[in-house]
Design a protein around this ligand. Structure first.
Ligand code: ZN
Length: 203
């Protein structure tokens, strides 16, 4: 991808589960223009401000089929990119290995639950110029490509959890929600539940 997209973005508020844009399928990207490039810049700025490894456009309130990622694969090599109009293909039969791992979402901050997903995912789609691309993800990247493509289809990972896991996930999120201002990460999260005393003024 074009590294200039990593600069010049504005940090935007991250939408939360329950907001309609998170639960509806997105419109395909048809114009690979400056508006798309600015959206991608804003998404990178927002993802890094929130310490995420992936971010879908719906998570900044835009119902369009684009996501970004900066995520390690099974060899701990960081992979970075943009996917427009992605489709994920998962292994079938003997090639299909499910891996259980803690999964979280920037749109439900503080909540993590174990979810089984295939440990390998092939994502096809287009880059920010409209060129066809394909990425084979392993390890955390396999999970990330599936999680972000789900977002663009109007699905959140809680939809894939059984009732009990989902209940625990919401409980965990609620216990930490006070650390995340409504406009997070525009306003950073508080690092401690206990208010810090003001520093002594220095003369
Ligand atoms: Zn998410």
């Amino acid at each position: 991808m074009d590294n200039s997209l990593l600069e010049g973005g504005t940090v935007l508020r991250i939408t939360r589960w329950g907001e309609p844009v998170m639960h509806q399928p997105t419109a395909p990207i048809t114009e690979f223009d400056d508006d798309l490039r600015q959206l991608i810049r804003d998404m990178f700025a927002t993802m890094y401000a929130a310490d995420g490894v992936g971010l879908a456009a719906t998570q900044v309130g835009v119902s369009k089929a684009v996501f970004i990622y900066d995520c390690p694969d099974e060899n701990d090599v960081r992979q970075r990119g943009v996917f427009c109009n992605p489709t994920v293909t998962l292994p079938e039969g003997r090639d299909r290995n499910l891996e259980g791992a803690e999964e979280g979402c920037l749109s439900l901050p503080g909540g993590f639950q174990s979810l089984h997903r295939p440990d390998r995912a092939t994502c096809t789609g287009q880059d920010e110029t409209g060129a066809e691309i394909e990425v084979v993800g392993t390890g955390l990247l396999a999970r990330c490509l599936q999680h972000e493509t789900d977002h663009l289809n109007g699905m959140v990972f809680g939809d894939r959890l059984a009732g009990r896991g989902r209940k625990l996930l919401y409980r965990q999120h609620e216990s930490l929600a006070h650390r995340y201002p409504d406009d997070w990460p525009v306003t950073p999260k508080t690092t401690s539940a206990v208010p810090q005393p003001e520093a002594e003024p220095k003369a």
